[in-house]
Ligand binder design. Structure first.
Ligand SMILES: Nc1nc2c(ncn2[C@@H]2O[C@H](COP(=O)(O)OP(=O)(O)OP(=O)(O)O)[C@@H](O)[C@H]2O)c(=O)[nH]1
Length: 307
């Protein structure tokens, strides 16, 4: 592969790593998808949707920005899965060119304070992004909140926006660009993520499970792709195994006469067909494997924490 430091027109090229950090549910993945104009990181109303570190690659002309979407940082480290998620997120902050610290409107929690203390320790250029401003009813409260936060760290910029809207993205990108360095592009220009289609397929199934099942489920569900094969006629055959911790959860995922699993399968197939641009035959199975979320070894074998 030819990855020159100058592009075909002979211009200098630039690259840089930008970490997106914040407590769970503030909109990190939504922002990444909006920056890329494409879904690479799954989102849901439930906290802790993102479990792995995901790279989102944005190449525009000579600029290649590599965004690192991280699991939400939070204080509860009791379960092995939470410890691994926190580790993946913390290790991203140390060696990037810029950190985007996402907070939610004027809400400020202990978890936000914990993330801020990690940022203070890492001492990297950090931009504060105040997301979900569409939900801030009392706009007058925004300014004093910004003032208070700006006293706690020398942010390179403070940017209130709504990640649900593409409107602020060009401005945000123009603020990010000066932090890129002269150098080669690490990925070809048509790459939007470093993750394999297998990984994306598992994530898409997990997103639908989180969206269509009750509150109890997300923490005890994971998805393994057992088979991923392209048939002769271009159809992609995917067999996905949904692992839950208890028998009751299995019933919940399957639903009445299999209705829930059917909805999850249909929605996931739709997204997969969009992603792969071809017909997809998706088969889902549900299996009980108790204790997997507490067992670091089992988690590693499922691909957690190796980022
Ligand atoms: N109203 C509003 N909702 C938003 C905005 N940005 C994100 N959301 C919603 O907030 C919820 C959480 O968004 P995510 O992008 O999954 O949040 P996250 O920070 O990646 O969450 P974790 O994976 O838990 O760390 C989703 O329901 C999003 O649709 C926004 O600007 N305005």
């Amino acid at each position: 592969m030819n990855l020159p430091e100058h592009n075909e027109q002979g211009f200098q090229t630039y690259n840089g790593f930008v970490a997106i950090v914040g407590r769970p549910n503030v909109g990190k993945s939504t922002l990444l998808n909006q920056l890329l104009g494409q879904k690479v990181s799954i989102t849901s109303k439930k906290a802790q949707t993102t479990r792995h570190r995901i790279l989102g690659i944005d190449t525009e002309g000579p600029y290649q920005t590599i965004y690192v979407d991280t699991p939400g940082l939070h204080k509860d480290e009791k379960r092995a899965i939470n410890r691994l998620m926190n580790r993946a997120a913390s290790s991203s902050i140390g060696d990037v060119d810029l950190v985007l610290f996402i907070v939610e409107g004027t809400h400020w929690t202990e978890d936000d304070a914990m993330v801020l203390s990690k940022i203070q320790r890492a001492n990297r250029p950090t931009m504060l992004i105040i997301n979900k401003i569409d939900q801030v009813k009392d706009k007058g409260s925004l300014l004093p909140h910004i003032q208070k936060l700006s006293e706690q760290y020398e942010f390179v910029d403070i940017f209130p926006l709504s990640a649900l809207s593409p409107e602020s993205m060009p401005k945000l990108k123009s603020i990010v660009r000066p932090y890129l360095r002269a150098g080669i592009h690490f990925y070809p220009e048509d790459y939007v993520t470093d993750r394999s289609v297998r990984f994306m397929a598992a994530e898409i199934v997990r997103e639908k499970l989180m969206r269509f099942t009750g509150d109890e489920l997300p923490y005890s569900t994971t998805v393994e792709i057992e088979k991923y094969e392209q048939g002769a006629n271009g159809i992609v055959h995917i067999h996905a195994l949904i692992l839950v911790e208890r028998e009751g959860q299995k019933r919940m995922v399957i639903g009445n006469k299999g209705a829930k699993l059917k909805t999850v399968g249909a929605e996931a197939r739709r997204d997969l067909e969009k992603l792969l641009d071809t017909q997809v035959n998706l088969q889902l199975w549900v299996k009980v494997k108790s204790g997997w979320a507490d067992d670091e070894r089992a988690l590693r074998s499922l691909g957690y924490g190796e980022d």
